[in-house]
Design a protein around this ligand. Structure first.
Ligand code: AMP
Ligand code: MG
Length: 403
C-alpha cells in the first residue's frame, strides 16, 4: 500500500498540460488562457450616453435655476447604433438614447425625466452637473491594455471582457477527453429492466458527471463484462482519449481482470492499493502514454478516489495550477473511532458555517456501497493515517466538495 500523497505525486509527475488550441469563445468557459487578452479597441469606443435624454453644451444651461427652465432647439434624434450627423452649436440639443454616441460640441446629457419636450425644442427643468451621464471613451479600458493574462481562467464573469476586447477565438489549453468504462457481469443500464441479481450501472453517470465538473469531456465506453479479452478490446477502443477511467474489477475477486488486461496490453501497473478508505484497490498505469485509473467498483469508492486522483490529473492536464479540492479546519461535533489500519479515511460529512465558524459531522451509513449518505454529503471528513480517534470538539481537516 502506498500513501495517498505518494500516489498523487507519482501520478502528477507523469502528466503535463495538453497542447493549446485556438477555439471559439463560447467553448472556452472553464479553460486556462494560453495568451494574454489585449484590448483591440477602447471601451467605450467613443463618448456615449448613459441615459435616454438630451445631449447639450453645459455652458448653455450653467446659469439655469429651478424657477426658470431653459429651452434649446432639438436638431437631431440619435438612437443607439447610429452615428450623429450634427454637431451641437450654442442653443441646440439632440435627443439621445442610452449607448448612442454623444455628438460633437455636446459635453453633457440630461435625463429625459428632467426635461419637457415642446414642438421642436426642449426645456431643461433642473440644474445639471457638467459632463453628467456621459461615459467617456476608454474610461473602462484602453486599446492595448492587457486585460487578462496567460494562465488566467475563463469564467462567466470575465468572458464579457474577452468578447468586448474583440476576441472571437482564443488560445486555451485543450481539455482532456476522459474515457469511462464500467466493468461487471452484474451491471445493467439504467433504462433496462433490472432483476434482483443485477445492479444498475451508476458509475458511468457518476464518473461522467465528475469529469464534466472537472471541466473535461467524458467519452462513454458503456459496460463491459468480466472477461479479460472484452476488457482489452474496450481499453484499445479508448485510443482517442487522453485519460482512461475504469470502475470495478481491480480487487482480488475471481472475476477481477482489469489489471491482467492492462498487463496483457503491454503496460505495467505503476501501483496498486492505496492506504485509504474507501478506495484501497485503485490501480494506476500508463497505457500507451495515457494515464489509466482503475477505480474500485463500489460507487463511493469510485467517487472518493476520482476526487483524490483523477480530478487533480484532469486539472493539471487542462493547465490549471490550483488542482486540489480545498480543505478547511472545522470543529468536530461528535467523536469518531477508527481502526489502526494505517489508512487515510474519507468520511462523507456535513459541513456547516454558523456564527463565524465551521463545524462538521460524519453522516450515518458510511459503507462504500451506500449512496444515501453520498447524496447528502457536502464534504469529506479526513481521518489521517496515524489517527485512531477524533474527539468531539477537536479541529479536524475537511475536504470541501461543494460551496
Ligand atoms: P468490484 O470492484 O468489481 O469488485 O465491485 C465492487 C462493488 O461495486 C460490487 O458490489 C459491484 O456490484 C459494484 N459496482 C461495480 N461497478 C458498478 C457500477 N458501474 N455501478 C454500480 N455499482 C457497481
Ligand atoms: Mg466487478
Amino acid at each position: 500500500m502506498i500513501l495517498v500523497k505518494e500516489a498523487q505525486n507519482i501520478i502528477l509527475e507523469k502528466l503535463q498540460p495538453l497542447e493549446p488550441e485556438n477555439i471559439p469563445l463560447l467553448n472556452t468557459l472553464g479553460a486556462v488562457l494560453q495568451e494574454d487578452i489585449c484590448a483591440q479597441r477602447d471601451n467605450p469606443p467613443a463618448d456615449n450616453s448613459a441615459m435616454d435624454g438630451y445631449a447639450l453644451r453645459f455652458n448653455d444651461i450653467s446659469s439655469l435655476d429651478q424657477n426658470n427652465p431653459l429651452s434649446l432647439k432639438v436638431v437631431e434624434d440619435i438612437p443607439a447604433g447610429q452615428k450623429p450627423t450634427k454637431s451641437i452649436n450654442p442653443g441646440e440639443a439632440s435627443r439621445i438614447m442610452t449607448g448612442a454616441v454623444v455628438p460633437g460640441g455636446a459635453d453633457t446629457v440630461v435625463m429625459v425625466e428632467e426635461t419637457e419636450k415642446k414642438n421642436g425644442s426642449v426645456s431643461i427643468l433642473k440644474p445639471q452637473k457638467k459632463g453628467s451621464h456621459v461615459r467617456k471613451q476608454g474610461e473602462d479600458f484602453k486599446k492595448g491594455d492587457i486585460l487578462l493574462s496567460k494562465g488566467d481562467l475563463v469564467t462567466s464573469s470575465n468572458i464579457a471582457i474577452i468578447a468586448t476586447a474583440g476576441y472571437a477565438k482564443l488560445s486555451v489549453n485543450r481539455k482532456p477527453v476522459v474515457a469511462i468504462l464500467s466493468t461487471g457481469d452484474e451491471l445493467v443500464d439504467v433504462d433496462a429492466k433490472a432483476e434482483d441479481h443485477q445492479i444498475i450501472n451508476s458509475n458511468t453517470y457518476l464518473l461522467a458527471s465528475q469529469v464534466l465538473e472537472s471541466g473535461a469531456k467524458p467519452m462513454l465506453l458503456g459496460i463491459v463484462r468480466d472477461r479479460k479479452d472484452d476488457i482489452k478490446e474496450k481499453l484499445k477502443s479508448a485510443n482517442k482519449a487522453d485519460i482512461i477511467v475504469t470502475s470495478g474489477g481491480v480487487s482480488v475477486g475471481d472475476y477481477d481482470f482489469v489489471k491482467d488486461a492492462i498487463q496483457d496490453l503491454g503496460s505495467e501497473i505503476v501501483f496498486w492499493k492505496i492506504a485509504m478508505k474507501p478506495g484501497k484497490p485503485l490501480t494506476f498505469s500508463m497505457l500507451s502514454k495515457r494515464p489509466l485509473f482503475g477505480l474500485p467498483g463500489n460507487p463511493v469508492s469510485s467517487f472518493v478516489s476520482f476526487e483524490q486522483f483523477v480530478r487533480p490529473a484532469i486539472l493539471k492536464m487542462s493547465g490549471h495550477t490550483d488542482i486540489f479540492r480545498k480543505t478547511i479546519r472545522a470543529t468536530l461535533t461528535e467523536g469518531i473511532k477508527k481502526k489502526d489500519d494505517g489508512r487515510r479515511h474519507f468520511l462523507r460529512s456535513t459541513l456547516t458555517y454558523i456564527n463565524g465558524s465551521y463545524s462538521v459531522s460524519a453522516l450515518s451509513g458510511q459503507g462504500s456501497n451506500m449512496l444515501a449518505s453520498l447524496a447528502s454529503a457536502n464534504s469529506l471528513l479526513i481521518i489521517p493515517e496515524s489517527e485512531t480517534e477524533l474527539k468531539s470538539g477537536q479541529q479536524v481537516e475537511v475536504q470541501v466538495l461543494r460551496n
